[in-house]
Unconditional design. Structure first.
Length: 246
């Protein structure tokens, strides 16, 4: 009889614990464990399934955010969610895994976002255009990229410090390596011909080295700027080198 009573008590306790977990309010979890670089408002539902009116981090702003957890993934040490949201223009959808150590990994990321939302993060005033992302994996540690495998397409790029008119379209293909992240960068329908490589190192520094050349439709103002760049490997080309930290 005593063993039976103990068994019933254990079952009752487990039932209560599971019920608390399943119905645990998402807004309480956010207030307890949200990192400082993430802001969420209008939270409804639970940590398992819910929604938020607004979400922002590092300049990325989404509305109508929804999530749904895959509970079996908790046994792998990660909380895996199906997430979707709406930027000012475009869409965002991805699987998002959050490890107990705080690493955030996005898989099967598909998004179309306005470049304006990255204006502050990139420290480029007046940045405009649209970005289309297709990533198998994007891993963030403390909000910074630690792994990237996928493609970024940019259309109608406007960088006022370079030119007041559209610079056209460009593509970057990212790959994760032992010493960091590398990407090949090229123009698709840009007003300048561009081919280069980008490195995002583990020490949080970056380096871009490329070759640029004017096209028939390159604005005269931009042609004059290209002449100030060092000569490239071929006649008519110029070397473009950028370095810094992120």
């Amino acid at each position: 009889m005593t063993l039976r009573v103990r068994g019933l008590v254990v079952v009752a306790l487990l039932t209560v614990i599971i019920a608390l977990l399943v119905t645990f309010p998402a807004r309480v979890a956010y207030s307890w464990a949200s990192p400082p670089f993430v802001q969420i408002s209008g939270i409804k539902g639970t940590i398992w399934s819910g929604s938020a009116r607004e979400f922002s981090t590092h300049g990325v702003y989404l509305t109508d955010l929804t999530w749904s957890m895959r509970p079996l993934q908790l046994f792998t040490g990660k909380a895996l969610y199906e997430v979707s949201g709406s930027p000012v223009a475009g869409f965002f959808e991805s699987q998002v895994a959050v490890s107990f150590g705080g690493t955030v990994t996005l898989r099967d990321l598909r998004a179309s976002l306005p470049l304006q939302m990255f204006e502050g993060a990139a420290n480029v005033a007046g940045l405009r255009g649209s970005a289309s992302l297709q990533f198998e994996r994007l891993e963030l540690v403390a909000g910074r990229p630690a792994a990237m495998d996928g493609t970024l397409d940019i259309a109608n790029l406007v960088v006022p410090m370079v030119s007041g008119t559209s610079l056209g379209g460009y593509r970057a293909e990212f790959f994760t390596q032992n010493n960091g992240i590398v990407a090949s960068v090229e123009d698709t329908d840009g007003v300048i011909e561009l081919a280069g490589s980008l490195q995002l190192r583990n020490d949080k520094t970056y380096a871009f080295l490329g070759q640029v050349m004017a096209k028939q439709n390159t604005p005269e103002q931009l042609r004059r700027q290209l002449r100030f760049l060092p000569p490239g490997s071929d006649t008519g080309r110029h070397e473009l080198r950028l370095e810094g930290s992120y």
